[in-house]
Ligand binder design. Structure first.
Ligand SMILES: NC(=O)C1=CN([C@@H]2O[C@H](COP(=O)(O)OP(=O)(O)OC[C@H]3O[C@@H](n4cnc5c(N)ncnc54)[C@H](OP(=O)(O)O)[C@@H]3O)[C@@H](O)[C@H]2O)C=CC1
Ligand SMILES: Nc1nc2c(ncn2[C@@H]2O[C@H](COP(=O)(O)O)[C@@H](O)[C@H]2O)c(=O)[nH]1
Length: 293
């Protein structure tokens, strides 16, 4: 399939729900439904297919997830995309799940992650991943780096570059996109797509209520490994934030599209491929060069 822009909203409970998934699929955007309405996923696939839309779900690796794959197979329900989504994707549990899905559901496009090393990419590709998701801890709602000392937080673009060099299949750069220009940079260093959470949080169409504080509007954005998601303080590696309310998501998507078109034109080309060829300089100690807007 081809999509309008190389961007997918994060498969997080504060970013995507069924209504937004339908809108994205109907309007030429990729989506990945989150995995936290565990028991609704099979029916979600049925509902998307009954609307003539592609189905794209997430799974974990725990025993219950194998039952979901069995149930989908028993009903001959094959989602177009399945994303295996756990914190540390370079794991035997992910390799086992990849092999199981490949064997049970033929034809599904399998995305697996997250990884932060070339070795991780290669092992998941060898186990059957059709694309790998790169990014350990660069997310806005993430506290992995602080709590564990591990991750690609702070050097996500370099990790994407190293992983893309090792990849023989598409890479999804996941987390750490703070401006639209970061999308073009990720493509430059080998990403086929970017997964984005915080830039999409706070829209009318993303889940959650608008909160007013001191006359300003906000919406909640919380990590999938936060206490708020898990319901208990166990293996917590995420936090909750209030992010400014941003209006309609269609306007944000349109601006991303326009900015990316402009990036391509600065690269001197007409397609995304032009971005891959541009030269670059590394500017030390400068994130915004003072030109915030
Ligand atoms: N991209 C990123 O940097 C990160 C993303 N996340 C997101 O959070 C969500 C939940 O992820 P995850 O917790 O892996 O999913 P799960 O709760 O499904 O856990 C998956 C497996 O990893 C084990 N596990 C979880 N945390 C730890 C830990 N700290 N140490 C050792 N084993 C652990 C679990 O063990 P058990 O059975 O004991 O629970 C389970 O076997 C996902 O959506 C993931 O993408 C989370 C952290 C980092
Ligand atoms: N370490 C954690 N990472 C998380 C958690 N929940 C989600 N995520 C990752 O963040 C990105 C979104 O990043 P953003 O910078 O665009 O906001 C998301 O796709 C996940 O990979 C978490 O609780 N801990």
């Amino acid at each position: 399939m081809t999509f309008n822009i190389p961007v997918v909203p994060a498969n997080m409970q504060t970013i995507i729900d069924e209504k937004l998934a339908i809108w994205l699929a109907q309007n030429g955007y990729f989506y990945i439904m989150h995995r936290f309405d565990e028991d609704d996923r099979l029916d979600f696939v049925k509902r998307m297919h009954s609307l003539g839309l592609f189905a794209s779900i997430s799974v974990g690796v725990k025993p219950k997830e194998y039952q979901l794959i069995d149930d989908l197979a028993a009903q001959n329900l094959v989602p177009e995309y399945i994303t295996i989504d756990i914190a540390h994707g370079h794991a035997q549990t992910v390799i086992d799940m990849l092999k199981y899905i490949k064997q049970k559901l033929s034809g599904v496009f399998l995305i697996a992650g997250n990884v932060g090393t070339p070795e991780g990419v290669r092992e998941l590709e060898n186990a059957g991943a059709d694309a790998t998701k790169v990014g350990i801890g660069p997310g806005k709602a993430c506290i992995t780096k602080i709590k564990t000392g591990f991750g690609t937080g702070g050097w996500q673009l370099a990790a994407v570059r190293l992983c893309a060099k090792a990849a023989s299949k598409p890479i999804i750069a996941d987390g750490g996109i703070r401006t639209n220009g970061d999308i073009a940079k990720s493509v430059r260093f080998g990403a086929s797509m970017c997964m984005i959470g915080s830039l999409f949080a706070g829209h009318d169409e993303t889940p959650g209520e608008i909160i007013e504080e001191d006359g300003k509007k906000y919406k909640v954005y919380f990590g999938s490994a936060s206490q708020y998601q898990k319901g208990e303080y166990k293996n917590v590696e995420g936090k909750k934030l209030l992010l400014p309310y941003k209006g309609h998501i269609v306007d944000t998507l349109r601006e991303m599209h326009e900015d990316l078109q402009s990036s391509i034109s600065y690269a001197g080309g007409k397609t995304l491929a032009a971005l891959r060829k541009v030269d670059y300089v590394i500017v030390k100690n400068s994130i915004f060069n003072g030109d915030r807007y």
